[in-house]
Design a binder for this molecule. Structure first.
Ligand code: SF4
Length: 364
């Protein structure tokens, strides 16, 4: 069982084996210009993504749904979702971004006005600053508590889900509060409502998520099948991305500030944090020259891979230099730190500009 509300690290290989997630690699060549995170294996798995590939190739309607739970600060790991959304926006997708204020209330105790504030100031502002086009007519950002279409659908769908099933999927117990037990139904409705007649009818839909969110995907796919005769839902597709490693080596988490570079950090703080990150370097310079470093165990390399270096050839060069011991961590870190400083400087400016827009974009 995977608990979507914990921040435990997930074993990706096990997930592929045990839960029937397919390797993304297998359909990479079917995409004309796969996203950099797909190309680099960070998006590692999928369910039924072939439908989305087809829709992209044939330029037919499809939707992307990916929510945010407004409960804390946005860190650089969260940027991965936005990067993918921008790519989907370029492909003409209908984009739905539910803000899970009901979930943050039931699971984290955050009240509704505060969730709204966090969503606007922290998340939506950063989404726009990172490059999501706020003026796209196909973009829908809404608070789940205010979206009657979603809450009504959730209620209807809940009629055919029972407590034993919720216990088996999420591990809920007799002491779990009922609001928390119900919120997965809201997420199911978030994912399926783009297929209602009033939203354009059945269409392929993809949900890009971290693997910890897979329980919601499995539940949604089951329910979509159960209600097929009534709503003609097409079972939603999903993709799964690896999590970025935290600065200290475990998972990057907003609730553990030492592990994270927050998007609201100043350029100098981001630089300092990166300089303090765990590397895959050896005990001594001598040893590193002789044996080379281990980029696969290096947070700095991961930052380059996920976020900072767009050029595959430059990335390959650093990987090679690290492996053969011709570059030392000090120099390599200093280079990456300058890159992150430049990135954060630019983001800081863009965030200033995005602020006003973020205030007005909420649909409900
Ligand atoms: Fe990481 Fe660079 Fe050191 Fe290699 S040389 S372990 S990539 S910091």
């Amino acid at each position: 069982m995977i608990d979507p509300w914990s921040s435990a690290i997930v074993n990706y290989e096990k997930l592929i084996e045990e839960f029937g997630i397919k390797p993304f690699q297998d359909l990479l060549s079917d995409l004309e210009d796969p996203h950099i995170l797909m190309r680099r294996g960070i998006v590692f798995g999928h369910r039924d993504y072939g439908r989305i590939v087809k829709a992209i190739r044939e330029k037919t309607d499809f939707a992307v749904v990916t929510g945010m739970m407004p409960s804390g600060k946005m860190h650089i790991g969260h940027k991965m979702i936005v990067d993918q959304l921008i790519w989907y926006q370029e492909k003409g997708a209908e984009i739905y971004i539910p803000i899970a204020d009901m979930e943050s209330y039931s699971a984290r105790g955050i009240d509704f006005p505060e969730a709204r504030r966090i969503a606007i100031e922290e998340y939506i502002t950063n989404y726009i600053a990172l490059g999501l086009d706020p003026d796209d007519k196909n973009l829908h950002i809404y608070l789940t508590s205010r979206n009657k279409t979603v809450t009504d659908l959730a209620y209807k769908l809940a009629k055919r889900v029972n407590m034993n099933e919720m216990k088996a999927i999420y591990g809920f117990s007799g002491s779990t509060n009922i609001a928390h037990i119900y919120t997965p139904m809201i997420q199911v409705a978030d994912i399926l409502h783009p297929q209602l007649e009033e939203c354009g009818g059945p269409k392929p839909t993809v949900v890009p998520v971290g693997p910890d969110q897979d329980p919601h995907i499995r539940l949604t796919r089951d329910i979509a099948d159960r209600f097929h005769s009534q709503f003609k839902f097409i079972s939603p597709s999903s993709t799964y991305h690896r999590f970025i490693t935290g600065l200290t080596g475990g998972k990057m988490s907003s609730s553990k500030p030492k592990t994270a570079i927050f998007l609201s950090d100043t350029p100098d703080v981001a630089l300092k944090k990166l300089k303090s990150a765990k590397t895959g370097g050896r005990e001594s310079l001598e040893e590193q020259k002789k044996m080379g470093g281990v980029p696969e165990d290096c947070v700095v390399y991961e930052m380059l891979l996920y976020h900072l270096l767009q050029s595959d050839s430059q990335l390959k060069e650093i990987h090679q230099q690290c492996r053969e011991g011709s570059i030392m961590c000090g120099e390599c870190k200093a280079r990456a730190a300058e890159m992150i400083r430049a990135f954060f400087k630019d983001l800081e400016k863009k965030r200033e500009k995005a602020r006003d827009k973020a205030e007005t974009i909420l649909e409900a």
